[in-house]
Ligand binder design. Structure first.
Ligand SMILES: [Zn+2]
Length: 350
Protein backbone atom coordinates (compact mmCIF):
# COMPACT_ATOMS: atom_id res chain seq x y z
CA UNK A 1 0.00 0.00 0.00
CA UNK A 2 1.26 3.40 -0.89
CA UNK A 3 1.73 5.64 2.12
CA UNK A 4 0.38 9.16 2.03
CA UNK A 5 2.60 12.08 2.90
CA UNK A 6 1.07 12.15 6.37
CA UNK A 7 1.66 8.43 6.76
CA UNK A 8 5.20 8.94 5.66
CA UNK A 9 5.88 11.43 8.38
CA UNK A 10 4.34 9.09 10.95
CA UNK A 11 6.44 6.34 9.39
CA UNK A 12 9.60 8.30 9.91
CA UNK A 13 8.80 8.70 13.59
CA UNK A 14 8.21 4.95 13.79
CA UNK A 15 11.52 4.43 12.09
CA UNK A 16 13.20 6.58 14.69
CA UNK A 17 11.61 4.59 17.53
CA UNK A 18 12.68 1.33 15.92
CA UNK A 19 16.19 2.67 15.27
CA UNK A 20 15.83 2.06 11.54
CA UNK A 21 17.91 4.15 9.18
CA UNK A 22 16.26 7.52 8.72
CA UNK A 23 14.83 8.67 5.44
CA UNK A 24 13.83 5.24 4.20
CA UNK A 25 10.70 3.21 4.53
CA UNK A 26 10.51 -0.07 2.70
CA UNK A 27 7.27 -0.48 0.87
CA UNK A 28 7.64 -4.21 0.72
CA UNK A 29 10.57 -6.52 1.17
CA UNK A 30 9.19 -9.72 -0.33
CA UNK A 31 8.06 -8.54 -3.77
CA UNK A 32 11.21 -6.45 -4.01
CA UNK A 33 13.36 -9.48 -3.24
CA UNK A 34 11.55 -11.55 -5.86
CA UNK A 35 11.83 -8.79 -8.42
CA UNK A 36 15.48 -8.41 -7.52
CA UNK A 37 16.11 -12.09 -8.22
CA UNK A 38 14.28 -11.91 -11.53
CA UNK A 39 16.26 -8.88 -12.52
CA UNK A 40 19.56 -10.50 -11.55
CA UNK A 41 18.72 -13.63 -13.53
CA UNK A 42 17.59 -11.62 -16.53
CA UNK A 43 20.79 -9.64 -16.47
CA UNK A 44 23.04 -12.72 -16.46
CA UNK A 45 22.58 -13.23 -20.17
CA UNK A 46 23.19 -9.61 -21.02
CA UNK A 47 26.26 -7.52 -21.26
CA UNK A 48 26.01 -3.78 -20.75
CA UNK A 49 25.28 -1.99 -23.99
CA UNK A 50 28.33 -0.27 -25.41
CA UNK A 51 28.12 3.48 -26.10
CA UNK A 52 28.26 2.68 -29.82
CA UNK A 53 25.35 0.24 -29.54
CA UNK A 54 23.29 2.87 -27.76
CA UNK A 55 24.13 5.48 -30.38
CA UNK A 56 22.95 3.07 -33.08
CA UNK A 57 19.81 2.18 -31.20
CA UNK A 58 18.76 5.68 -30.35
CA UNK A 59 20.12 7.68 -33.25
CA UNK A 60 21.01 11.09 -31.93
CA UNK A 61 20.57 10.03 -28.29
CA UNK A 62 23.13 11.60 -26.01
CA UNK A 63 25.85 9.65 -24.30
CA UNK A 64 27.79 11.06 -21.37
CA UNK A 65 31.43 10.29 -20.77
CA UNK A 66 31.47 8.27 -17.54
CA UNK A 67 35.15 8.91 -16.93
CA UNK A 68 34.57 12.65 -17.04
CA UNK A 69 31.70 12.30 -14.53
CA UNK A 70 33.99 10.22 -12.34
CA UNK A 71 36.85 12.73 -12.52
CA UNK A 72 34.55 15.50 -11.21
CA UNK A 73 33.58 13.29 -8.28
CA UNK A 74 37.23 12.44 -7.61
CA UNK A 75 38.14 16.13 -7.59
CA UNK A 76 35.49 17.10 -5.06
CA UNK A 77 36.20 14.08 -2.85
CA UNK A 78 39.85 15.12 -2.74
CA UNK A 79 38.79 18.43 -1.17
CA UNK A 80 37.86 16.33 1.89
CA UNK A 81 34.67 16.23 3.99
CA UNK A 82 32.35 19.00 2.74
CA UNK A 83 29.70 19.89 5.32
CA UNK A 84 27.69 23.10 4.97
CA UNK A 85 29.65 26.20 5.93
CA UNK A 86 33.05 24.51 5.52
CA UNK A 87 35.98 25.73 3.48
CA UNK A 88 35.95 22.39 1.63
CA UNK A 89 32.38 23.01 0.51
CA UNK A 90 33.42 26.47 -0.65
CA UNK A 91 36.14 24.85 -2.77
CA UNK A 92 33.55 22.42 -4.17
CA UNK A 93 31.22 25.29 -5.01
CA UNK A 94 34.02 27.19 -6.71
CA UNK A 95 34.88 24.09 -8.74
CA UNK A 96 31.23 23.65 -9.81
CA UNK A 97 31.00 27.32 -10.81
CA UNK A 98 34.27 27.25 -12.74
CA UNK A 99 33.15 24.17 -14.69
CA UNK A 100 29.71 25.61 -15.46
CA UNK A 101 31.40 28.74 -16.79
CA UNK A 102 33.88 26.67 -18.78
CA UNK A 103 30.90 24.89 -20.37
CA UNK A 104 29.45 28.22 -21.48
CA UNK A 105 26.77 28.72 -18.83
CA UNK A 106 26.13 31.62 -16.43
CA UNK A 107 25.87 30.10 -12.95
CA UNK A 108 24.30 32.08 -10.12
CA UNK A 109 25.00 31.73 -6.44
CA UNK A 110 21.97 31.93 -4.19
CA UNK A 111 23.06 32.77 -0.66
CA UNK A 112 20.85 32.31 2.38
CA UNK A 113 21.13 31.89 6.12
CA UNK A 114 19.82 28.56 7.37
CA UNK A 115 18.53 28.70 10.95
CA UNK A 116 19.88 25.27 11.84
CA UNK A 117 19.91 23.53 15.20
CA UNK A 118 23.61 24.44 15.35
CA UNK A 119 22.75 28.11 14.88
CA UNK A 120 22.70 30.07 11.63
CA UNK A 121 24.82 28.64 8.83
CA UNK A 122 25.38 30.50 5.59
CA UNK A 123 24.44 28.23 2.71
CA UNK A 124 24.74 28.79 -1.02
CA UNK A 125 22.90 26.99 -3.81
CA UNK A 126 24.36 27.12 -7.32
CA UNK A 127 22.03 27.36 -10.27
CA UNK A 128 22.41 27.51 -14.04
CA UNK A 129 19.66 27.94 -16.63
CA UNK A 130 19.78 26.31 -20.06
CA UNK A 131 17.15 27.42 -22.52
CA UNK A 132 15.30 24.61 -24.26
CA UNK A 133 12.72 24.18 -27.02
CA UNK A 134 9.96 24.37 -24.43
CA UNK A 135 9.77 27.30 -22.01
CA UNK A 136 8.60 24.85 -19.35
CA UNK A 137 11.34 23.98 -16.91
CA UNK A 138 12.81 20.66 -15.90
CA UNK A 139 14.86 21.03 -12.74
CA UNK A 140 17.84 18.67 -12.50
CA UNK A 141 19.07 18.71 -8.94
CA UNK A 142 21.62 17.18 -6.61
CA UNK A 143 23.02 18.07 -3.20
CA UNK A 144 26.72 18.81 -2.89
CA UNK A 145 27.22 18.97 0.89
CA UNK A 146 28.32 15.97 2.94
CA UNK A 147 27.15 14.75 6.31
CA UNK A 148 28.96 16.45 9.20
CA UNK A 149 30.65 13.91 11.50
CA UNK A 150 33.21 14.63 14.21
CA UNK A 151 35.10 11.36 14.65
CA UNK A 152 35.77 10.10 11.12
CA UNK A 153 36.63 11.34 7.66
CA UNK A 154 33.31 11.12 5.87
CA UNK A 155 34.10 11.77 2.21
CA UNK A 156 30.70 11.22 0.61
CA UNK A 157 31.93 10.00 -2.78
CA UNK A 158 28.46 8.66 -3.46
CA UNK A 159 26.40 10.71 -0.99
CA UNK A 160 27.19 14.28 -2.00
CA UNK A 161 29.72 13.57 -4.76
CA UNK A 162 28.11 11.36 -7.41
CA UNK A 163 25.31 13.73 -8.41
CA UNK A 164 27.82 16.55 -8.90
CA UNK A 165 29.75 14.50 -11.44
CA UNK A 166 26.66 13.67 -13.49
CA UNK A 167 25.06 17.12 -13.39
CA UNK A 168 28.29 18.80 -14.47
CA UNK A 169 28.54 16.46 -17.46
CA UNK A 170 24.90 17.07 -18.38
CA UNK A 171 25.74 20.79 -18.29
CA UNK A 172 28.73 20.11 -20.55
CA UNK A 173 26.60 18.03 -22.92
CA UNK A 174 24.37 21.07 -23.36
CA UNK A 175 27.30 23.43 -23.69
CA UNK A 176 26.67 26.05 -26.43
CA UNK A 177 29.85 24.68 -28.02
CA UNK A 178 27.98 21.52 -29.09
CA UNK A 179 24.91 23.43 -30.33
CA UNK A 180 22.47 21.06 -28.63
CA UNK A 181 19.24 22.50 -27.32
CA UNK A 182 17.41 20.50 -24.65
CA UNK A 183 13.76 19.72 -25.42
CA UNK A 184 12.72 21.46 -22.18
CA UNK A 185 14.44 24.39 -20.51
CA UNK A 186 16.77 23.00 -17.88
CA UNK A 187 17.57 24.41 -14.49
CA UNK A 188 20.70 22.73 -13.15
CA UNK A 189 20.71 23.10 -9.37
CA UNK A 190 23.31 22.14 -6.80
CA UNK A 191 21.73 22.40 -3.35
CA UNK A 192 23.52 23.05 -0.09
CA UNK A 193 22.44 21.64 3.28
CA UNK A 194 20.63 18.46 2.32
CA UNK A 195 22.07 16.70 5.34
CA UNK A 196 20.94 17.14 8.93
CA UNK A 197 23.32 19.74 10.34
CA UNK A 198 24.07 18.08 13.66
CA UNK A 199 27.72 17.15 14.23
CA UNK A 200 27.23 13.40 14.32
CA UNK A 201 29.12 10.46 15.68
CA UNK A 202 30.03 8.34 12.63
CA UNK A 203 28.72 5.24 14.40
CA UNK A 204 25.32 6.88 14.71
CA UNK A 205 25.29 8.90 11.49
CA UNK A 206 22.84 6.53 9.78
CA UNK A 207 20.24 7.41 12.39
CA UNK A 208 20.96 11.11 12.61
CA UNK A 209 18.12 12.56 10.56
CA UNK A 210 15.93 15.49 11.47
CA UNK A 211 13.50 16.75 8.87
CA UNK A 212 13.44 20.23 10.48
CA UNK A 213 17.21 20.53 10.14
CA UNK A 214 17.76 19.09 6.65
CA UNK A 215 16.78 19.74 3.02
CA UNK A 216 17.78 23.39 3.56
CA UNK A 217 18.81 24.14 -0.02
CA UNK A 218 15.79 22.51 -1.65
CA UNK A 219 13.36 24.18 0.75
CA UNK A 220 15.03 27.50 0.03
CA UNK A 221 14.75 26.95 -3.73
CA UNK A 222 11.02 26.23 -3.44
CA UNK A 223 10.57 29.48 -1.47
CA UNK A 224 12.62 31.38 -4.06
CA UNK A 225 10.75 30.13 -7.08
CA UNK A 226 7.34 30.54 -5.43
CA UNK A 227 7.99 34.26 -5.00
CA UNK A 228 7.62 34.55 -8.76
CA UNK A 229 4.31 32.88 -9.69
CA UNK A 230 5.10 32.95 -13.42
CA UNK A 231 8.41 31.19 -12.86
CA UNK A 232 6.78 28.71 -10.53
CA UNK A 233 4.11 27.97 -13.16
CA UNK A 234 6.86 27.02 -15.64
CA UNK A 235 8.45 24.53 -13.24
CA UNK A 236 6.90 21.24 -14.32
CA UNK A 237 9.47 18.53 -13.72
CA UNK A 238 11.98 17.80 -10.95
CA UNK A 239 14.56 15.05 -11.34
CA UNK A 240 16.71 14.54 -8.26
CA UNK A 241 19.99 12.61 -8.35
CA UNK A 242 21.31 11.32 -5.02
CA UNK A 243 23.67 8.39 -4.43
CA UNK A 244 23.77 7.28 -8.05
CA UNK A 245 27.39 6.12 -8.34
CA UNK A 246 27.35 2.69 -6.65
CA UNK A 247 29.24 0.10 -8.70
CA UNK A 248 26.30 -2.21 -8.10
CA UNK A 249 23.73 0.24 -9.44
CA UNK A 250 20.15 -0.40 -8.42
CA UNK A 251 18.03 2.72 -8.56
CA UNK A 252 14.91 2.33 -6.47
CA UNK A 253 11.37 3.16 -7.38
CA UNK A 254 10.76 5.82 -4.75
CA UNK A 255 7.02 6.15 -4.28
CA UNK A 256 6.34 8.54 -1.41
CA UNK A 257 7.12 11.84 -3.15
CA UNK A 258 7.93 10.70 -6.69
CA UNK A 259 5.06 10.64 -9.18
CA UNK A 260 4.12 7.57 -11.28
CA UNK A 261 4.21 9.35 -14.65
CA UNK A 262 7.72 10.67 -14.03
CA UNK A 263 8.90 7.26 -12.86
CA UNK A 264 7.38 5.93 -16.10
CA UNK A 265 9.56 8.24 -18.23
CA UNK A 266 12.67 7.01 -16.46
CA UNK A 267 11.58 3.41 -16.85
CA UNK A 268 10.93 3.87 -20.56
CA UNK A 269 14.22 5.66 -21.10
CA UNK A 270 16.18 2.96 -19.23
CA UNK A 271 14.48 0.31 -21.33
CA UNK A 272 15.36 2.06 -24.58
CA UNK A 273 18.99 2.32 -23.52
CA UNK A 274 19.06 -1.30 -22.32
CA UNK A 275 19.64 -0.33 -18.69
CA UNK A 276 16.38 -1.73 -17.25
CA UNK A 277 18.31 -4.04 -14.94
CA UNK A 278 19.67 -0.99 -13.09
CA UNK A 279 16.27 0.56 -12.38
CA UNK A 280 13.29 -0.07 -10.16
CA UNK A 281 13.66 -3.72 -9.16
CA UNK A 282 13.11 -2.48 -5.61
CA UNK A 283 10.58 0.06 -4.39
CA UNK A 284 10.97 2.28 -1.35
CA UNK A 285 9.73 5.42 0.31
CA UNK A 286 12.44 7.95 0.85
CA UNK A 287 12.47 11.52 2.12
CA UNK A 288 14.88 13.56 0.06
CA UNK A 289 15.34 16.94 -1.66
CA UNK A 290 12.41 16.24 -4.00
CA UNK A 291 9.93 16.36 -1.10
CA UNK A 292 9.51 20.16 -0.86
CA UNK A 293 8.85 20.39 -4.61
CA UNK A 294 6.22 17.67 -4.56
CA UNK A 295 4.55 19.27 -1.57
CA UNK A 296 4.57 22.61 -3.40
CA UNK A 297 2.59 20.99 -6.21
CA UNK A 298 5.17 20.48 -8.96
CA UNK A 299 3.38 17.93 -11.16
CA UNK A 300 6.26 15.64 -12.18
CA UNK A 301 8.81 14.65 -9.56
CA UNK A 302 11.24 11.76 -9.28
CA UNK A 303 14.07 10.87 -6.90
CA UNK A 304 16.72 8.68 -8.50
CA UNK A 305 18.47 7.10 -5.53
CA UNK A 306 20.24 3.82 -4.92
CA UNK A 307 19.82 3.43 -1.20
CA UNK A 308 21.42 0.02 -1.04
CA UNK A 309 25.04 1.05 -0.92
CA UNK A 310 27.31 -1.83 0.04
CA UNK A 311 26.15 -4.97 1.89
CA UNK A 312 23.16 -3.92 4.04
CA UNK A 313 23.75 -0.30 2.98
CA UNK A 314 26.84 -0.26 5.19
CA UNK A 315 28.76 2.28 3.09
CA UNK A 316 26.05 4.92 3.59
CA UNK A 317 27.01 7.64 6.08
CA UNK A 318 30.16 5.80 7.07
CA UNK A 319 33.86 6.26 6.40
CA UNK A 320 33.48 3.59 3.68
CA UNK A 321 31.77 6.02 1.25
CA UNK A 322 34.96 6.47 -0.77
CA UNK A 323 35.76 6.90 -4.45
CA UNK A 324 36.63 3.21 -4.97
CA UNK A 325 32.99 2.28 -4.28
CA UNK A 326 31.60 4.17 -7.24
CA UNK A 327 32.03 3.61 -10.94
CA UNK A 328 32.16 5.73 -14.11
CA UNK A 329 29.73 3.31 -15.72
CA UNK A 330 27.03 3.83 -13.08
CA UNK A 331 27.36 7.60 -13.35
CA UNK A 332 27.07 7.40 -17.12
CA UNK A 333 24.03 5.11 -17.00
CA UNK A 334 22.09 7.52 -14.80
CA UNK A 335 23.12 10.55 -16.84
CA UNK A 336 22.18 8.89 -20.12
CA UNK A 337 18.80 7.75 -18.81
CA UNK A 338 18.01 11.26 -17.55
CA UNK A 339 18.92 12.87 -20.87
CA UNK A 340 16.96 10.27 -22.80
CA UNK A 341 13.91 10.94 -20.59
CA UNK A 342 13.85 14.67 -21.42
CA UNK A 343 11.96 14.31 -24.74
CA UNK A 344 9.32 12.26 -22.90
CA UNK A 345 8.95 15.06 -20.35
CA UNK A 346 8.83 17.66 -23.12
CA UNK A 347 6.02 15.77 -24.83
CA UNK A 348 3.96 16.25 -21.68
CA UNK A 349 5.07 19.86 -21.21
CA UNK A 350 5.63 21.31 -24.70
ZN1 LIG B 1 23.57 11.63 3.28
Amino acid sequence: MRASVADGIAGRENARVNAQPMRRFWKSWIPAAILGLISIQASCNKTAASPEAIEQKTGSAPILDGMRCFEHVKTVVEFGPRPSGSNELKKTREYIISKLKEYGHAPEEDRFSAKTHRGPIEMINVRAEIEGDSKNVCLLMTHFDTKRVFNAKFLGANDGGSGVGVLLEIARYYSPEFKRKPPMSLRILFVDGEETQNNANINEAQHDWNIDDALWGSRHEVDRVRKNPKDFERLKVVILLDMIGDKNLNIEEETMFSTPRTIGWIRESAKELDFSKNFFSISSETVDDHKPFREAGVPDVVDLIDFDYGPNNQYWHTAADTIDKISPQSLRIVGDVVIRALPLAAKQWP
